[in-house]
Design a protein around this ligand. Structure first.
Ligand SMILES: *[C@@H]1O[C@H](CO)[C@@H](O)[C@H](O)[C@H]1NC(C)=O
Ligand SMILES: *[C@@H]1O[C@H](CO)[C@@H](O)[C@H](O)[C@H]1NC(C)=O
Ligand SMILES: *[C@@H]1O[C@H](CO)[C@@H](O)[C@H](O)[C@H]1NC(C)=O
Ligand SMILES: *[C@@H]1O[C@H](CO)[C@@H](O)[C@H](O)[C@H]1NC(C)=O
Length: 415
């Protein structure tokens, strides 16, 4: 053997040795790994090797693919390992992937104080106007995982720290998370910060513990006040836009209403809705209330037209995902308005969408007379989608009645 031949053998042996080490590493990783993360890693390795040039495939693009791959639904990912270079559909439009507001240093707009019309206003309007330009706040409790995978119906419920019992009853009744005929239903509560010191001291810790147990509370850093309900609306729309790429429909409502999920599903399933579904207890041509002692009083300085655009009572309404996304955009083009459901009506007007009035939504009460027996009649509730205002104990009771072997003389069509 001359020097040259010896050199050839050396080369061959070292190449084979190198390949053997690489192969061993791969086999070892594959056989040791039983847990899912390793499983995925192995598939990625195999995928890279199938390409023939294991090292060169590690371009930035394929890294992207792997990152996206981790976020994808696990079952789907495992059955289609070849899809690694494709982003999951998450990036439909340029929505950020996390809540991007992290500091609250929005200060009062004292420019207003010098103006005559402002000085004549009641204190709560002043408070509202001083902070109206503060659009978004950081999150204290967040659950991005709620929106992973395909969701048919996302139910979001406005609540406040102190209402633990209402949330508890909702989780046991209409807010129970379930899968109906393959359609996943998820529930979330929307909270701000407790509005006074006593509540802060006593209830905030409880809210955190409640969330630790159930994992279903979104909480933002703005004060929970009547006029800040609009912030709850805009924050939810932004949250939805950020985290929920695969939700079909959204039900949004109060924490003191009765809801029939069966009827919602029947309604959504049995008619073909075109785009822009927005349905609820819609009021047309409502006049702004000018009596000062009314909860909904609005001074001329805040709204000077004679009518509001059509809007649905905030107690409970349904919309489709596409419209929710567009509403987020529309909301950002408008100045905040202190009444949340009217504000949403203004957003719909911007989008030139007319909300649909449906008789199964009774967010302003079932019948005008509050003492009427009909308000306690389960056969009425059985045919409704939303009914306004029940105490937690009454809600539980009515829910049990409606879901018992209730015999009603007739079933009213929901559609
Ligand atoms: C908020 O604070 C950050 C950092 O502390 C600062 O960069 C930013 O300019 C502030 N924003 C406003 C509106 O004051
Ligand atoms: C207050 O007025 C000043 C000067 O007119 C303006 O630059 C500033 O943006 C105003 N502040 C707010 C919060 O609107
Ligand atoms: C809304 O919340 C912000 C942030 O906590 C607060 O500064 C503001 O005063 C609140 N507005 C009203 C009208 O309560
Ligand atoms: C009504 O309010 C708008 C915006 O606040 C203002 O531009 C307009 O001049 C007001 N109209 C009347 C009649 O006061």
């Amino acid at each position: 053997m001359n020097n040259r031949d010896r050199w050839k053998v050396y080369k061959r042996v070292s190449v084979m040795f190198f390949l053997a080490v690489v192969a061993l590493t791969v086999v070892q990783r594959g056989s040791i790994s039983v847990g899912a993360p390793f499983e995925l890693e192995r598939q990625v390795h195999m995928h890279l090797f199938q390409g023939g040039e294991p090292l060169e495939e590690k371009s930035s693009e394929s890294h992207q693919g792997i990152k996206g791959f981790w976020k994808a639904d696990r079952r789907q990912a495992q059955s289609k390992p070849r899809a690694t270079t494709q982003e999951p559909r998450v990036t439909g439009n340029s929505s950020p992937r996390t809540w991007d507001v992290t500091s609250t240093n929005c200060s009062a707009n004292h420019n207003l104080s010098s103006q005559e019309w402002f000085r004549g206003l009641e204190d709560h309007f002043k408070q509202f106007l001083l902070y109206r330009h503060c659009r978004y706040f950081p999150m204290h409790l967040n659950h991005p995982e709620k929106c992973t995978g395909e969701i048919y119906l996302l139910m979001v419920i406005k609540s406040v720290a102190t209402q633990h019992d209402r949330r508890e009853v909702i989780r046991k009744t209409w807010g129970k998370e379930q899968v109906v005929d393959g359609k996943r239903i998820k529930t979330l509560f929307l909270l701000g910060k407790p509005s006074n010191e006593a509540e802060k001291a006593n209830h905030q810790k409880l809210v955190e513990y409640e969330d630790y147990i159930y994992g279903d509370i979104l909480q933002w850093e703005f004060l929970d006040s009547f006029f800040n309900l609009t912030l709850k609306e805009t924050h939810f729309l932004k949250w939805f836009h950020t985290y929920c790429p695969h939700v079909r429909y959204v039900f949004k409502g109060d924490d003191d209403v009765f809801v029939s999920v069966d009827n919602i599903l029947e309604f959504l399933g049995s008619s073909s809705h075109d785009k822009n579904l927005f349905v609820g207890d819609v009021i047309f041509k409502a006049k702004p209330i000018r009596k000062k002692d009314n909860k909904y009083y609005i001074p001329q300085a805040l709204y000077n037209k004679t009518h509001y655009p059509p809007y649905a009572g905030g107690g409970g309404f349904l919309m489709d995902d596409n419209l929710a996304r567009r509403l987020h955009w529309a909301a950002d083009t408008l100045e905040l308005y202190p009444i949340d459901d009217v504000f949403l009506g203004m957003c719909l007007e911007v989008l030139q969408v007319t909300p649909i009035k449906h008789n199964a939504f009774k967010t302003f009460g079932l019948v005008k007379n509050k003492n009427s027996k009909l308000n306690r009649e389960p056969c009425f509730f059985k045919n409704m989608i939303v009914v306004h205002k029940l105490l937690p104990s009454d809600l539980m009771h009515m829910w049990n009645l409606v879901n018992s072997d209730l015999v009603c003389s007739q079933k009213v069509e929901i559609l």
